[in-house]
Write a protein of this length. Structure first.
Length: 374
């Protein structure tokens, strides 16, 4: 027990949370946060370095005597901003965004090195400010930011010892070590707080987006996730609309509580039959919608639907002895082909196919564009 507790505490300090799976779940939120913060920070750095370069040119102070350094830093900052603005997408570039954020941090530390070492016997004030500010900008596992923080402190002191007089070096040692330790614990606490905040937001989002009866997505959540997928111009897959046949008879014959049992377990069986990459939502009443991603053909879809319907029939036969359970399914296949797909159009196609299935004897799957059910 003590060993497990120690392991959980170590993960909390290193990862920001005890459960690694929870960290994977909140990665989209972390990527979105880092994307926004990287755009803001890189533009702020660009403005600061442009101002410093301007001061260097007019020669206000001898401290700023090499404008090319600030011009270079400004160029890197605006390059990072343009990458963030036009190339990086939070949903696909989470790792690239984080790596670029650390590059921006290195630019900030370089600025601190330049003002604290390159100009000789000056206190390391700017570098100490960087020690406090920079680790707090990105959201990431605490160990990475703290490792960079300590590495920068050690490198700075090594360089300071080589170029500064012993008195100034002694001051740097005391200041840098003190502020590295302060920043270390501030950064760890801040990242753990952010992780907890993202986890709580995820729990609230899941509760809001999950149908309480079936465990599937709500209609609004399903539509939002489907629209997000369909924005990808190379996406392909199929959209299915599934309806329980003669559900009104089940409600009228057995009561609404038994009807809810049928709805709840229809949703749960569908979820068990689908992959983790598929979206399953309850559209309303006894109607469900499914978005399957991947290269699918009519034959593959019909095979998947047949397996799903057999699973549903077996479940209700085994658990309720109800022999007449069946579902009708309408389906439409889609492929991006370089253009964004319209969710409403796809849903209408699948709904039309469902209408054909219902009016062709029920208990069958109809693919849009094909009038024959199976």
């Amino acid at each position: 027990m003590e060993h497990k507790r120690a392991g959980a505490l170590l993960r909390k300090f290193c990862l920001g949370m005890e459960d690694r799976k929870e960290l994977e779940d909140i990665k989209p939120m972390i990527a979105e946060y880092n994307h926004k913060m990287l755009a803001f920070s890189s533009m702020l750095f660009f403005i600061i370095f442009v101002i410093l370069a301007g001061i260097s040119f007019i020669g206000v102070s001898q401290v700023y005597e090499v404008p090319v350094v600030y011009i270079g830093m400004a160029a890197i900052s605006i390059g990072i901003y343009l990458l963030t603005r036009f190339v990086f997408k939070p949903e696909t570039s989470g790792r690239a965004i984080l790596v670029t954020f650390y590059v921006l941090e290195l630019v900030g530390y370089a600025y601190g090195f330049y003002t604290g070492i390159a100009h000789g016997p000056f206190p390391a004030v700017t570098f100490i400010v960087m020690l406090i500010i920079l680790p707090s900008l990105p959201c990431d596992c605490p160990w990475r930011g703290n490792l960079l923080l300590m590495a920068m402190g050690i490198i700075f002191l090594f360089c300071s010892r080589r170029v500064k007089a012993p008195t100034f070096f002694s001051n740097d040692v005391g200041n840098v070590i003190s502020y590295v330790l302060v920043s270390f614990f501030m950064h760890m606490h801040q990242q753990m707080s952010r992780m907890d905040d993202f986890t709580n937001r995820l729990i609230i989002k899941i509760q809001r987006d999950t149908d309480s009866l079936t465990g599937t997505m709500t209609k609004a959540a399903f539509e939002a996730n489907s629209i997000r997928v369909l924005r990808n111009e190379s996406c392909e897959g199929c959209l299915l609309v599934l309806d329980v046949d003669n559900f009104k008879n089940i409600n009228d014959s057995f009561g609404h509580s038994i009807g809810d049992f049928f709805i709840a377990n229809t949703g749960r069986c569908i979820l068990e039959c689908c992959r983790s990459s598929d979206f399953v939502g309850r559209f309303g009443g006894d109607e469900f919608v499914i978005l399957m991603q991947g290269k699918l053909t009519k034959k593959i879809v019909e095979s998947k639907v047949n397996a799903m319907t057999e699973t549903l029939k077996e479940f209700f036969l085994d658990n309720t002895k109800y022999e007449h359970y069946s579902v009708s399914v309408g389906c439409t296949l889609f492929q991006g082909s370089g253009a964004q797909l319209d969710y409403n159009s796809l849903f209408n196609q699948a709904d039309q196919a469902l209408y054909v299935a219902k009016n062709s004897g029920k208990n069958r799957c109809v693919v849009y564009g094909n009038s024959n059910g199976n």
